[in-house]
Design a protein around this ligand. Structure first.
Ligand code: BES
Ligand code: MN
Ligand code: MN
Length: 463
């Protein structure tokens, strides 16, 4: 299959320009101002899958944004790979922090990407990574090297919780039947340290509202005599961690899977420089749960973080006021065995119980999902490992990630299949942040590596 390298060098300009066209479409699922753009992007994905050689490509309507489905079934005796990805992107704000407009992709060089990286919202998460699969498919079909059956399912609501996809999956088990699910929506350690993601954290996302007096008050006339919702909210939030940075919600850790000494020692072998980590973020120290390393804190340990907090006067100058209400959005990252609905309940019960008299607390659960860990003694993992070894010249390291793709646990439950997470992004690619980018080298390396997964997986499947 040296041929894939030639195919890439022959077509790479087109591969890049096609991705750039897709990135120009602002498919922000969270913001209704972009509704038409999200729908147009689904059409563009449909067209791309058709051109890549999928049969029966369709737009599957849901109560939200559509799911694009396509397949190529060549022989029912051969295995079937289901590729999942998402064509929606995160909102681009704060826009003023972008060095070039988020939906006008440009290629710029960076320290980590000397060959250049495409800067645009969605470049890495997930349009660039999803499109690698489309181009790998194109290669396999056009050169007659597709070794097995393929199904593509590309959704438009991943960044807002995939609730309609969950319904679609439950209602279409037959259509989506597969032997293995393949996703590129994660990262790897470094371009010279390939890794395969073997775990994702679960998520519970809630919004809280604290209400004090029935109207905003003069902070002189009433200050000191009534509960100030912002004071109360921040105090309540601060109490959610103790002096060791453990989360104080009763029962929160009850089901947390504790890794053995051996497993932790194995994890610690992954190359990691604390100095580089701090430098990249301009921080003079890391912070987190006592007794755990940085890599453990952001992968095998659960967390609780405020994602946004507001209330009172935030405009120019000063206004002396005690707000009637204060709000916060809080995410809890969960690890295997923690049930997100149970954790949401524990949070709600606890948060309501710590509200002082004189303030009312409302907890509104948003979305969530279960964490996921995939075993490495499967033919799926072995095939992926061999694929990386072939194209990177190095065996990839299994690594648990801190991010979440809640639908993966649901795939396992509903479709009874394991997922292989072949991510080609870097943590420094700034997904969800201003100046998101995806290395051109990474994009092309992904396209090169994916066909080997199909080849090795089909070979191992036959044995
Ligand atoms: N692709 C990311 C998740 C990710 C990124 C996992 C890097 C591992 C490494 C995905 O699009 C995402 O952002 N997920 C959300 C959860 C979702 C329910 C909004 C997340 O992790 O915050
Ligand atoms: Mn993603
Ligand atoms: Mn994302």
């Amino acid at each position: 299959m040296e041929a894939i390298k030639n195919y890439i060098s022959e077509h790479k300009e087109r591969f890049i320009s096609e991705l750039i066209d897709l990135l120009k479409m602002p498919s922000v699922s969270a913001d209704t101002a972009f509704t038409q753009d999200v729908l147009d992007t689904a059409d563009a994905v449909k067209k791309a899958l058709t051109e890549a050689g999928c049969d029966a490509v369709e737009i599957c309507e849901t109560d939200g944004y559509p799911i694009v489905y396509g397949e190529k079934i060549i022989n029912s005796d051969l295995p079937t790979v289901l590729v999942y990805g998402h064509y929606d992107v995160q909102p681009a704000d704060p826009i003023n922090l972008w060095t070039s407009p988020p939906f006008e992709p440009v290629i710029k060089k960076t320290d980590k990407h000397p060959e250049g990286a495409i800067f645009a919202r969605g470049a890495c998460d997930d349009k660039g990574q999803m499109y690698m699969h489309v181009k790998a498919m194109e290669y396999m079909v056009r050169t007659n090297q597709l070794p097995c059956n393929v199904k593509f399912m590309i959704e438009g609501e991943e960044e807002v919780g995939s609730s309609n996809l969950a319904i679609f999956v439950a209602n279409n088990k037959e259509k989506l039947a597969n032997d293995i699910i393949l996703i590129s929506d994660t990262g790897m350690i470094a371009n010279d340290v390939p890794s395969i993601t073997t775990g994702l954290r679960g998520l519970s996302y809630v919004e809280v509202e604290v209400t004090g007096p029935n109207r905003d008050l003069h902070s002189g006339l009433y200050g000191g005599a009534v509960a100030n919702p912002i004071n109360i909210l921040t105090k309540m939030i601060a109490s959610l961690h103790d002096e060791n940075n453990h989360i104080t919600i009763p029962g929160f850790y009850d089901k947390v899977e504790e890794l053995s000494k051996e497993e932790r020692a194995e994890m610690a072998k992954a190359p990691f420089s604390l100095e580089n980590y701090k430098d990249a973020l301009d921080i003079d120290a890391v912070y987190g749960e006592n007794g755990y390393t940085t890599n453990e804190r952001n992968s095998i340990r659960p967390t609780l973080d405020v994602n946004g907090i507001w209330g009172g006067y935030t405009g120019e100058g000063a206004k002396t006021v005690i707000a009637s209400k204060a709000f916060a959005k809080i995410s809890m990252r969960l690890v295997p065995n923690q049930d997100w609905k149970e954790i949401t309940e524990l949070f709600k019960k606890h948060f309501e119980s710590i509200a002082p008299e004189g303030a009312k607390v409302l907890v509104k659960p948003h979305h969530g999902g279960q964490g996921y860990v995939t075993p490495i003694n499967t033919i799926g993992y072995q095939a992926a490992s061999k694929a990386y070894e072939t194209t990177f010249g190095k065996k990839p390291i299994p690594q648990r990630s801190g991010g979440s793709i809640p639908i993966v646990a649901l795939f396992e439950k509903e479709l009874n299949s394991k997922t292989i997470l072949m991510g080609f992004g870097l943590d420094s690619d700034a997904i969800h942040s201003p100046n998101e980018h995806f290395g051109v080298w990474n994009y092309l390396k992904g396209i090169e590596t994916i066909p080997y997964f199909y080849k090795y997986y089909t070979e191992l499947f036959k044995k």
